[in-house]
Write a protein that binds this ligand. Structure first.
Ligand code: 8YV
Length: 315
């Protein structure tokens, strides 16, 4: 067992917790604001933390851990961690990429299908007896053969595009540079150009200051009437106020949102809309994937402890 304590911040499944506790001397807190509750000797000597995200991890928090050398993040997105501050302090940061690609892509496509085929309303139609009372469910819209845009053709974007290609879509994408894709997929230089070319926009770019409001009011305006937007990235990437206005007016056809500004406190205006499907930031939320993410986080902590190369270093 490693001598230096490892602080576990946030939720870990019983299996993950057992794995960590067997290997390291651990101390658990629910969130970063509780760091000061830990014994001073733990804070002073802790060299690595297992972090679960969802609140800012900045220089102030890092400075409460003067010996800190590794933040092993549970999640591919690490926008909660101030990477500049980590670099300044010489702290390494790891994340959990790839293992969640399929689940996030599945949820993305699932939200599109739910919106186009009105799955939630259809379920209510059956349950509430409308089918027997009123008969045929109102016709909805096809999810096949659409012009589909992927904003951020990274690993998750690629999984979404591959799935949508099987739905006979014409795939368009935007990222910093063209990617190695099937030749029929069309690259666009800007989000604005991409938006103008598609019926559905999947947002899969990384979160953080560089992509804040990348999907601006102008980009939303560039989408054709009745277009649908699906966001599995971060709430901060879309100008949520502008999105709500366009959903309220019916200018946009709908939105599938797994991430929000100020989550888990979702803007009540979104809750009042019936052209949206809202999910509780659960893109990676399957037993299988969350365990795989925990294993990768654990593998990074072990590698650090054994002075081996970190598996998924981000800085
Ligand atoms: C969350 C995610 O981190 O991996 C990401 O970037 O957004 C999610 O998987 C998850 O809630 C774990 O904290």
């Amino acid at each position: 067992m490693s001598a230096s304590p490892v602080i576990l911040i946030g939720y870990y499944s019983p299996r993950q917790r057992q794995q960590l506790e067997t290997r390291f001397s651990t101390h658990s807190i629910d969130n970063l604001a509780l760091l000061h509750d830990l014994p001073e000797a733990v804070r002073r000597t802790c060299r690595s933390v297992a972090y679960h995200g969802h609140s800012p991890f900045g220089l102030a928090e890092m400075n409460q851990l003067p010996s800190l050398e590794l933040i092993a993040n549970f999640g591919v997105g690490y926008d909660d961690i101030d990477i500049n501050a980590a670099v300044e302090r010489g702290i390494k940061v790891t994340n959990t990429p790839n293992v969640l690609n399929d689940d996030v892509a599945d949820l993305s496509v699932g939200m599109l299908l739910a919106l186009k085929r009105q799955l939630l309303a259809g379920d209510r139609w059956v349950r509430e007896g409308e089918w027997a009372r009123r008969g045929t469910f109102p016709l909805n819209a096809s999810a096949s053969g659409l012009r589909v845009g992927v904003l951020g053709m990274g690993r998750i974007g690629r999984e979404i595009a591959d799935r949508m290609a099987a739905f006979k879509s014409k795939v368009h994408y935007q990222s910093r540079s063209p990617k190695d894709t099937p030749s029929s997929w069309q690259y666009h230089k800007t989000p604005l150009e991409l938006a103008a070319a598609v019926d559905v926009l999947f947002v899969t770019v990384v979160g953080g200051t560089k992509t804040h409001h990348l999907v601006s009011a102008d980009v939303l305006n560039a989408l054709p009437d009745n277009a649908v937007i699906i966001n599995v990235s971060r709430g901060s990437v879309i100008d949520e106020k502008a999105l709500i206005e366009q959903l309220e007016s019916g200018r946009l056809g709908g939105a599938g949102l797994d991430v929000f500004d100020n989550e888990p406190n979702v803007n009540p205006k979104l809750l009042a809309l019936n052209n949206v499907i809202l999910q509780p930031h659960q893109g990676s939320g399957t037993v299988q994937t969350r365990e795989a993410m925990g294993d990768l986080q654990f593998a990074n902590l072990e590698a650090f402890n054994e002075k081996r190369d970190l598996l998924t270093l981000v800085n």
